[in-house]
Design a protein around this ligand. Structure first.
Ligand code: URA
Length: 241
């Protein structure tokens, strides 16, 4: 709490929590904490330093922070600059802010790619110890047997070690091909492709449908949208921030 800071109501209203009046009610009801202590009416905060929680979850106050979800199309690469002149994922996100991607997707993989300038969130989402769930739908040839699905779920041996248990569900099975939904909590290079190769069913198409609490929804390939305050807050919660 900072005597020369801004009024808490003003800061929270700007962050999108609600009207100043609604925020005053939250303060009176004891639902807001500043740096872990119950906030009183009239308190001032420094949005760049103080930590404010509403109902126990942190509210990002720095309005310069932006968070987007991009539906990365197939063939678009994720690195900042491609020597072969291919399109990069960041070129698809139209923003004034200096942003980066949270982790990577292979050029051939489609789907959810988070793009932000939020360093703390990026670190938390990509740190292996947080075990952030990432869900993919893999298209493979032929009828994938239950034995292969069990192996994927229990963990398969890759050249960089065994994979952690995964959640695996066949969405469709048939001689024309199978669709398998798999949720992993690791993020090794080409992991999903390598897992399916290891069980004898190489992936023909791979779509990431969610990362933590952010799903693809109806976002068309090549388009992006800015996450709303509630979505950002649930991402913070998902990675323990
Ligand atoms: N696993 C893969 O094989 N590729 C990706 O892009 C992401 C996860």
């Amino acid at each position: 709490m900072t005597p020369e800071g801004e009024r808490l109501q003003k800061v929270l209203a700007r962050a999108g929590v609600g009207s100043r009046r609604a925020i005053e009610e939250l303060i009176t009801a004891g639902r807001i904490r500043v740096n872990g202590r119950r906030a009183e009416l009239g308190v001032r905060v420094d949005p760049t330093k103080d930590e404010v929680e509403v109902d126990g979850s942190r509210v990002p106050l720095d309005t310069d922070l932006v968070h987007f979800v991009l539906n990365k199309p197939e063939g678009v690469i994720v690195t900042a600059d491609d020597p072969h002149g291919r399109n990069t994922a960041l070129e698809l996100v139209d923003t004034e802010h200096r942003v980066w991607t949270v982790g990577r997707l292979d050029a051939g993989t489609e789907g959810v790619l988070l793009v932000t300038n939020d360093g703390a969130l990026t670190q938390a989402l990509t740190h292996p110890s947080r075990e952030i769930p990432k869900t993919y739908v893999a298209h493979v040839g032929g009828t994938i047997p239950n034995k292969a699905l069990d192996l994927l779920a229990r963990g398969v041996e890759l050249d960089d070690g065994p994979t952690a248990p995964a959640t695996v569900k066949a969405l469709q099975k048939g001689p024309q091909g199978s669709l398998v939904e798999i949720t992993i909590t690791e993020g090794r290079n080409r992991q999903v492709r390598r897992m399916f190769e290891a069980v004898g069913y190489p992936v023909k198409r791979l779509v990431r449908t969610s990362v933590a609490t952010v799903s693809l929804g109806r976002l068309r390939p090549g388009t992006f949208r800015r996450l709303g305050l509630e979505e950002v807050r649930s991402l913070y919660r998902a990675c323990g921030l």
